[in-house]
Design a protein around this ligand. Sequence first.
Ligand code: SF4
Ligand code: SF4
Length: 100
Amino acid sequence: MTHAAKGKEDSKEAAQAAAKPKGKRGRVVISKDKCKGCKWCVEHCPKGVLETGAEFNAKAYHYPRVKAGMEDACIACGMCELICPDFAIYVVEEGGKNDA
Ligand code: SF4
Ligand code: SF4
């Protein structure tokens, strides 16, 4: 690799590292067929990570999904998990004790 190419690669990595948010991170797991489409999780996520998807589940409800481009935005606050009346969503803390 040339110096120029190496420099370009380094700055790309630095930009990616800068774009990745710091602090606690989470990954949401959605049990789509338990969902009744109430949207509470969508409405109460403080980071706006979730949206209602276009697909239907087995009960003919639209279930939530993570918005495109928001995969790293979850702060593992647990609000979605706490507020869901049907235990249809939970959060796994990335790199934390719950991480499988
Ligand atoms: S854990 Fe918090 S930040 Fe992550 S999706 Fe649920 S409500 Fe949003
Ligand atoms: S709060 Fe639970 S039941 Fe309501 S939309 Fe979210 S996952 Fe579905």
